[in-house]
Design a protein around this ligand. Structure first.
Ligand SMILES: [Zn+2]
Length: 341
């Protein structure tokens, strides 16, 4: 918690860092304390992704919809001293509550010992992107992989302008990962040339090209295609359907600019199996059975999350990233241009 002003000597101390010049306030000590505290809720997504890119590791982005799953992931990240991402697709947001889940994730992130970037994953409509930006998400997804390329470019560029003005990073999708419904049911690989166009013509920060991984299914990556895409697109790449990607392919992908890997199925399958197992356990002492069940499921989710963090090389990266986040001021806000009309 921010500490209160202790004595009159602290009143009127100039604020440092990113504060407006000439602004002095009695609140300086509180602000200083808060800066360190809030670093863990990452508000500098470009710096976050750049650090992973430069150090050839990826951050797993776990789909979570409630307190227990989110906390289990953060506990795992703290155990690994790794930065981590929590993400919510539209079903998570409607389940958890659009006015409940975002502040819950933020609170958990602020109290974490490792940097946590919160991401909006697969919106059901573009409005949801703006709703999550307003609720403090610093990374959002424009879901246009099913659209003709020109429409995907137009939509991603529009969202990128708005998100950058709010300091948030934008991920766009090219091709389709399958495993969903309707237009998201089929698998369609991305091409290197279209990947280059989508990145260059939109200003997006991360690109999720379909290169063989499948939502909810096991897969081998098309590594030559991923290499071709990495060769022609500047910046960071994302893989969806990360739960089932062969570990050898994931390790290769770390050398091909992949900085974020979505993990959904492994979290919810582990959670459900953990609850079922936990329901048959005998309570220890006075522990209520529902606590036994949820603690058991949480521990299982933490185990899975730890393995993913380690596999992707994120272990041990929390501290160097935290220092960068604290020291550097510039991020997306410094580069945003005029808003679209
Ligand atoms: Zn996805």
């Amino acid at each position: 918690m921010p500490r209160p002003v202790q004595n009159s000597n602290e009143v009127g101390v100039s604020r440092s860092g990113s504060d407006a010049p000439g602004f002095t306030a009695a609140f300086s000590p509180i602000t200083a304390a808060r800066k360190t505290y809030q670093t863990m809720y990452v508000t500098k997504p470009r710096l976050f992704f750049d650090h992973a890119l430069q150090n050839h590791f990826a951050v797993p982005s776990f789909n979570v919809c409630n307190l227990e799953m989110a906390r289990a992931v953060i506990v795992a990240a703290e155990s690994e001293d790794a930065p981590v991402m929590l993400q919510s697709y539209f079903g998570d947001l409607y389940y958890g509550g659009l006015d409940v889940l975002p502040p819950l994730l933020r609170l958990l992130a602020e109290q974490a010992r490792v940097p946590v970037l919160v991401h909006q994953d697969h919106p059901d409509k573009d409005d949801l992107i703006l709703q999550t930006l307003r609720r403090g998400y610093y990374s959002v997804m424009y879901d246009g992989g099913h659209l003709p390329l020109e429409d995907n470019i137009k939509g991603a560029a529009y969202i990128a302008k708005i998100a950058h003005a709010m300091g948030a990073a934008v991920e766009a999708e090219l091709g389709l990962f399958g495993g969903g419904e309707g237009s998201h049911a089929r698998v369609e690989k991305a091409s290197a040339d279209e990947s280059r166009r989508l990145v260059e013509e939109t200003g997006i920060d991360t690109l999720a090209p379909a290169v063989g991984s499948v939502h909810g299914g096991s897969s081998r990556l098309d590594l030559p295609l991923l290499e071709a895409i990495a060769g022609v697109t500047p910046g960071a790449l994302v893989l969806h359907g990360g739960s089932g990607i062969h570990p050898d392919d994931l390790r290769e992908a770390l050398q091909l600019n992949v900085v974020k890997v979505n993990i959904g199925a492994d979290v919810f399958r582990t959670w459900v199996a953990g609850l079922q197992e936990g329901a048959s356990l005998k309570p220890r002492g006075e522990e209520p059975p529902h606590h036994v069940m949820m603690n058991h499921a949480s521990a299982k989710v933490s185990e899975v999350a730890r393995r993913k963090l380690s596999l992707m090389g994120a272990s041990g990266q929390a501290n160097p990233l935290r220092q960068k986040l604290q020291e550097q001021r510039a991020d997306l806000l410094a580069t945003s241009g005029p808003l679209p009309v």
